[in-house]
Design a protein around this ligand. Structure first.
Ligand code: ADP
Length: 641
């Protein structure tokens, strides 16, 4: 819409400009041609004058020649021949000049030709008489004169000259009157075009003035709008970070006034059927802290009608409670609802002078009000969330306490049970072994098989109890963090597992390993479990085990790689859970506690443990230990155990 309007305004201006230029060019051409015609007519008038003068000149020369001739004929005095010669000498060139002047009029040119032939004859005739006078005397010449040929020629010449003159005069009259007409026309055209040009230029100046004014106005409007937008963006940024109502009120009361350059701003919140004027920022006090019934104030009107109230003159508006406003500076105002769906308040702008609030000002204010609504909702949501988090944290604390207690009780129970079970179990095992030894060969085959089952079961149970005690001990002991040289740990483990290593013909190699802060007993237990498993879960080939350590951003990552049977990737998480095994006891002995102990040790050290493996391709166990502990970590560690 705006674009089409702009385009048509541009087009209109182009058309106007085109018409102006065309008119100016037309006027210039008209003046040019009319002046040219005037100039031509003037030239023709001048030519007519010149022609008349030229005819007179020719006739005058003829007359002079004739006078000279007569004088000489009568007196025989040579003196008279001088003017005669002068006159006849000039006649021919003057006649030629006359011929060029009438060249463009064929009838006159024809007449002039006739005149020229008669003039020649006349000159010849005069020459003849003079010659006769000189050679044969006065009578001889008189005879020729008396024939009357010379007079006749002169009469004819005069007659032609008269016709030529009258024609030229007629022509002169025509041309003079035409020249006057052309002169008038040229004058009118010039005056007309000057007037028109003045009008056009005045029009253009007026138009330019108008456009400059409207450009200035749009510039001012744009500047005001840009300033408002900057304020709005500023306010939106601050509101988006506001976490309480006080911050919102502070931001909004400042922005509401600066946005439009108003003399005052108020922030109103709805409280059921009351409008609470909670904040204001104005050149003089308004109604801060007061409450008005919703149907008796303009903020209430804006909320109930869910639209802005734009009032140029408050005295003329029935919605305004005059007695409330009489005490204030307000002459004009705008009130916009905070949120148009179910308004929760309103924002007002006030002016001390009568002011027509602009559409863009109302829009900016409404945008601020909408943002305020979102900010208030956010604050409510945050408050609710915070309350819920506090509630939840308290619940968790409580639950944690319960869990911790029951965990401790459980561990205590497991420890006591395992510990107390050891003694009777040891009795069962040793007496069953004694029984088996003493009655070997005396009992039947079945009884011996049963005794063997009991011996085997008792020893497995002993192993299980030992492992469980170990697991439980790991959780109960306090971590003693000291710098531990991992090379020494590996060497110690190799010594402990010496028999297994040599029986299986295993090779254990390791890169230079770091010294880390750890509990040496637990770290040794961890490495022993992992190397022990790498030997136990060997493949066809003798076990080859390699240990490395790499430093990452905040931790050391150890790897223990073997060439054993490998693990199906789908079970790589499960194997770290207590009692989880992937094989039957018959195939590989064990209790399914070893890796659970490893995981517990690593977690107590705030580290991680995982495995990467494929069936038949060996396994690599990784242990990541932090390279330093935060000061409170030790406290935490103590709290955890
Ligand atoms: P246990 O060895 O007593 O069965 P663990 O907790 O030490 O218990 O191991 C759990 C299971 O993880 C084992 O039963 C075995 O299937 C698998 N496992 C552990 N280490 C390896 C390894 N190096 N290679 C292949 N499988 C392994």
């Amino acid at each position: 819409m705006g674009l089409t309007l702009k385009w048509s305004v541009d087009k209109l201006n182009t058309v106007r400009f085109g018409i102006t230029i065309a008119t100016l060019v037309g006027l210039a051409l008209l003046s040019y041609f009319s002046l040219r015609r005037l100039h031509e007519t003037t030239r023709q008038v001048r030519q007519a004058h010149q022609t008349l003068e030229q005819i007179d000149l020719v006739m005058s020369h003829l007359k002079d020649a004739e006078t000279g001739q007569r004088g000489y004929l009568l007196t025989g005095n040579q003196q008279y021949l001088q003017p005669y010669d002068e006159a006849t000498g000039k006649i021919v060139p003057e006649l030629e000049l006359l011929a060029t002047l009438v060249r463009d009029r064929p009838a006159q040119a024809q007449r002039l030709t006739e005149m020229q032939s008669r003039v020649q004859a006349k000159v010849f005739n005069m020459g003849q008489t003079i010659e006769l006078r000189q050679t044969q005397g006065f009578e001889a010449a008189q005879k020729i004169v008396e024939i009357g040929r010379g007079k006749q020629l002169m009469d004819e010449i005069r007659a032609i000259a008269t016709v030529l003159r009258s024609e030229q005069r007629l022509l002169l009259d025509q041309r003079t009157s035409y020249e006057e007409q052309q002169g008038d026309l040229a004058t009118w055209i010039t005056v007309g075009s000057v007037v028109l040009q003045i009008l056009l230029i005045t029009g253009i100046i007026l138009q330019l003035n108008r456009e400059a004014r409207s450009l200035r106005e749009s510039n001012q409007k744009l500047e005001r709008y840009t300033h408002g937008m900057e304020q709005l963006v500023n306010a939106v940024q601050k509101l988006s970070m506001a976490r309480d109502l006080d911050t919102i009120l502070t931001v909004v009361k400042q922005a509401a006034r600066e946005l439009t350059g108003a003399d005052g701003a108020t922030l109103v919140l709805r409280e059921q059927d009351q409008c609470y004027y909670i904040e204001e920022n104005a050149i003089a006090p308004l109604w801060k802290g007061e409450r008005f019934p919703i149907d008796q104030c303009i903020s209430g009107w804006a909320m109930q009608n869910r639209q802005a109230a734009v009032i140029e003159d408050i005295l003329q508006d029935a919605r305004i409670p005059q007695e409330v406003y009489q005490q204030t500076f307000v002459k004009s105002m705008v009130m916009v609802p905070i949120r148009t769906m179910q308004p929760i308040g309103a924002i007002g702008n006030y002016w001390v002078e009568p002011h027509q609030p602009q559409v863009d000002q109302v829009k900016l204010l409404q945008a601020l009000a909408d943002t305020t609504a979102v900010a208030i909702e956010n604050v409510q949501v945050y408050a609710e969330l915070e309350e819920r988090i506090q509630q939840r944290t308290a619940e968790l604390h409580q639950l944690n306490g319960v869990l911790l207690r029951s965990n401790q009780e459980l561990e205590q129970f497991a420890y006591v049970a395992s510990h107390d079970l050891q003694e009777p179990l040891r009795t069962v095992a040793s007496y069953t072994e004694l029984l088996a030894k003493k009655y070997r060969g005396q009992l039947d085959e079945k009884a011996e098989k049963y005794i063997n089952y009991v011996v085997d079961g008792a020893s497995r149970m002993q192993q299980l109890i030992n492992d469980l005690l170990m697991y439980s001990r790991v959780g109960r002991q306090t971590l003693q963090l000291t710098p531990v040289d991992c090379n020494q740990v590996v060497q110690q483990v190799c010594k402990t597992l010496e028999i297994g290593i040599s029986e299986n013909n295993a090779t254990i190699t390791y890169d230079p390993l770091p010294t880390v802060l750890a509990d040496v007993t637990q770290l040794t237990q961890l490495v022993q479990n992992l190397i022990g498993n790498a030997i136990k879960y060997r493949g066809e080939d003798p076990p080859v085990i390699h240990i490395t350590a790499t430093q990452q951003a905040t931790e050391w990552v150890f790897s223990i790689q073997d060439n054993g049977i490998g693990i199906d990737p789908q079970y790589t998480d499960r194997i770290f859970i207590l009692f989880q095994r992937l094989h039957t006891r018959r195939k590989y002995s064990g209790t399914g506690i070893g890796l659970a102990i490893c995981k517990k040790i690593v977690e107590l050290h705030q580290g991680r443990i995982w495995v990467e493996s494929q069936v038949g391709q060996g396994s690599t166990f990784y242990v990541a230990l932090p390279d330093r502990y935060e000061p409170q970590a030790e406290v935490l560690l103590e709290a955890m155990v």
